[in-house]
Design a protein around this ligand. Structure first.
Ligand code: ATP
Ligand code: ZN
Length: 306
């Protein structure tokens, strides 16, 4: 039974589901906090009431997030693409309509869903799996089944909810399909990754159809802020002064940066600034100084609306 206080009726507050604990919990909170949201912690730790804006959090297991969006209990969710695609695939197989969609990739929680085989197998490609009656253990049966079908492979999918990597040693499957980030778990289990089925990261997910009440404006504002925060990652404002005759060489050194803004400075010199993607190294500053730049300053951009 659904909790009546978490019903699906028209609302004037936005409700975002994030992972309660686990890999995506902390980065999701940080991202939303950077978007200007803050919450009053509740004692049951399921629901956090939004203070600065009418945007509340629901802290849940990541597996539940797609379903909560599909049922309209939550409006948005931060969840791995692997989980979202898997549940979308399962819905499609059961003839259910697509109820949610990926709105933004969020740049954290990166991993890959990979097919892995015993270390001592020689790997020549997916064709070698054909016609061998092999079993593949996975927690992602829908994504795996789609891939197998595309490749024309008739392997058997063995669904496991956890500890997939030990299946070959237990004899329940010959190979596995699992999430990999460093590859250390595979290595420890004498397995090697051979085919990439999905590049995954945390994503912001929302309903397939938009909102028709106050949530529409809130979601739009939040998306804009998320875009602003993602864009700022590693952006630096470089400021310096220089004499006009140094400009050609300075422009050459800064050709990968944004437009160079020129303003009149003191004593006939120019005051210059430009936006740089990524870090600005000491070496780059010294090169600019040698080319005539003075009073060099690198500033972190805290907030911007594009
Ligand atoms: P929950 O209790 O919420 O069900 P969980 O154990 O299913 O937690 P985590 O292990 O915290 O979830 O992983 C959450 C997400 O983190 C994954 O769905 C995936 O998108 C991402 N992720 C990044 N790297 C990895 C990895 N090496 N292994 C598993 N998941 C990873
Ligand atoms: Zn989970």
């Amino acid at each position: 039974m659904m909790n009546p206080t978490l019903g699906t009726a028209t609302r004037d507050r936005l409700r975002i589901a994030i992972q309660k604990s686990g890999r995506l919990a902390e980065p999701a909170r940080k991202l939303l906090a950077a978007c200007g949201l803050s919450w009053r912690e509740s004692r049951d730790k399921l629901f956090c009431y939004g203070e600065t804006l009418p945007v509340d959090l629901l802290l849940v297991r990541d597996d539940d997030i797609p379903g909560l969006i599909a049922d309209g209990v939550c409006d948005l969710g931060v969840v791995g693409r692997n989980e979202l695609d898997e549940q979308a695939g399962a819905r499609a197989r059961n003839g259910l309509p697509q109820a949610y969609r990926e709105l933004r990739g969020l740049g954290f929680g990166q991993c890959r869903l990979m097919l892995a085989v015993p270390e001592d197998w020689e790997w020549s490609g997916p064709e070698q799996l054909k016609g061998r009656g092999l079993r593949i253990a996975t927690s992602y049966p829908a994504i795996l089944a789609q891939w197998l079908q595309r490749q024309g492979i008739d392997a058997q999918v063995v669904e496991l909810s956890g500890s997939v990597e030990i299946a070959p040693r237990l004899g329940t499957a010959e190979l596995i399909c699992d999430l990999v980030s460093s590859g250390a778990t595979l290595l420890a289990n004498q397995l090697k990754p051979v085919e990439n089925l999905l590049d995954s990261e945390a994503v912001l997910a929302g309903p397939a159809h938009g909102f028709d009440d106050a949530r529409a404006g809130l979601a739009q504002m939040l998306l804009r802020r998320v875009d602003g925060v993602l864009q700022l990652k590693d952006r630096k404002l470089l400021m310096f002064s220089a004499r006009r005759e140094s400009l050609p060489e300075l422009e050459r050194l800064l050709q990968d940066a944004g437009p160079l803004v020129q303003l009149p400075g003191a004593n006939g010199s120019l005051s210059l600034q430009t936006m740089c993607e990524g870090a600005v190294s000491w070496q780059q500053l010294e090169d600019l100084e040698r080319a005539g730049a003075r009073e060099l300053m690198v500033l972190t951009v805290e907030r911007s609306l594009a």
